[in-house]
Design a protein around this ligand. Structure first.
Ligand code: GRF
Length: 198
């Protein structure tokens, strides 16, 4: 079985990237993580990836200023040159233009720390606590031009406990993220789940 060539885009800690890299070590996993790109120089996740023997690259979005398209052309050229088949966003904190999203529509996943379509955007745990919801979680979805939308591949839920803070809740949700992202990528890379919009 040939494995899909996957690139992961990060901006920081990279714990979801790490979970994907660990999962992909299994011989029957249908994806190979061949490239990790950060748009932030010195993102902590880069060190883990290169220690794991994965090619890492920094394409600093900051140096492109407001020229989103120039940044994205460089990103896209790099992914194409590396024959990347699937892209996983994992804590990638840069909005992507419709042009870039269209290049990868049906082939790009994101993980969001909430049960979409609730709590799109930032500060999901704070908002969930403020609303008093009792169930919270994380979602892996295909990326479409509209932020935190797109066909859902997998979700995992956690209870919200009395006394939770954004930090304790984030930690519980992160545990679920690390479980569902590798499972979702397995489904997509093996062709068992295809984007309905693709
Ligand atoms: C995760 O909570 C992810 O859902 C969100 O950003 C965070 C990234 O964490 N998109 P990490 O860099 O994967 O540790």
């Amino acid at each position: 079985m040939s494995k899909r060539r996957v690139a992961i885009l990060i901006s920081g800690r990279g714990s979801n990237m790490t979970a994907l890299v660990e999962a992909a070590k299994a011989s029957d996993y249908p994806a190979d993580i061949v490239l990790v790109i950060s748009n932030v120089a010195g993102a902590p996740g880069l060190a883990f990836a290169s220690k794991a023997g994965i090619e890492t690259l920094t394409i600093e979005s900051k140096s492109f200023g407001k020229d989103r398209e120039a940044f994205e052309h460089k990103l896209n050229d790099t992914l194409v040159a590396q024959k990347i088949e699937l892209v996983c966003l994992a804590g990638f904190m840069r909005l992507l233009t419709p042009w870039f999203v269209q290049q990868w529509q049906g082939r790009m996943l994101n993980i969001h720390p909430a049960l979409l379509p609730s709590y799109k955007g930032l500060h999901t745990h704070e908002r969930a606590l403020a609303d008093g919801v009792k169930i919270h979680g994380a979602t892996v979805h295909f990326v479409v031009p509209e932020m935190d939308s797109g066909p859902i591949v997998m979700q995992g839920d956690v209870p919200v406990m009395p006394g939770d803070t954004p930090e304790t809740l984030a930690k519980r949700v992160l545990g679920v993220e690390h479980r569902i992202y590798p499972e979702a990528l397995r489904l997509v890379a093996s062709g068992q789940f295809k984007s309905p919009a693709a």
